[in-house]
Design a protein around this ligand. Structure first.
Ligand SMILES: [Zn+2]
Length: 169
């Protein structure tokens, strides 16, 4: 059960590392891009706060259904490619990282969700079959919190080193 923080953190770190080491056009990546990636990393869980509102009207979206499908993530590729073809590279990238953040979220839930749901419905609403690896099944919640802290510290260390190094080149 990755925490909200884990989703945000891993999406930001992945995009930041991609920018640092793989991106050919770094100038297309701004702080906004990284922020949006973090936001998208958490976006599938929008069904939770959405339900607080829907419940007032006696409606509900079941958690980990429509917002936890590859389809939901891939939809953002449409504006991404259109904007890219119009050479709006920076804005196109906002949508590319949105797709990435959502798919990363699905991957994490697929791999680690250990509550009663036991995974995600990749093909919802066409199928309600649940897929999940349930790794770290016997790991306590404290362990997840510790992992978040470790991930954050490692990344801060990386940023520190990277920036120190880039001061000299
Ligand atoms: Zn989720």
């Amino acid at each position: 059960m990755p925490f909200a923080v884990t989703h945000v953190l891993l999406a930001i770190i992945a995009v930041d590392l991609y920018r640092d080491y793989f991106a050919k056009h770094k100038k297309y990546f701004t702080l906004h891009t990284v922020f949006i990636a973090g936001f998208a990393g958490l976006l599938p869980d929008i069904d939770i706060p959405l339900n607080w509102i829907l419940n007032l009207f006696g409606a509900e979206i079941v958690h980990r259904t429509i917002t936890h499908t590859p389809l939901f993530g891939l939809i953002f590729l449409i504006p991404a490619f259109i904007l890219w073809s119009y050479k709006k590279h920076k804005i196109a990238l906002y949508f590319f990282v949105t797709t990435f953040g959502i798919l990363l979220h699905l991957f994490l839930d697929y791999t680690f969700v250990v509550d009663a749901a036991g995974g995600i419905m990749f093909f919802y609403p066409f199928s309600t079959a649940v897929y999940g690896l349930n790794l770290l099944q016997n790991v306590s919640v404290n362990m997840f919190a510790a992992m978040d802290a470790a991930i954050l510290l490692l990344w801060l260390w990386h940023e520190e080193m990277k920036h120190k190094i880039s001061d000299f080149i």
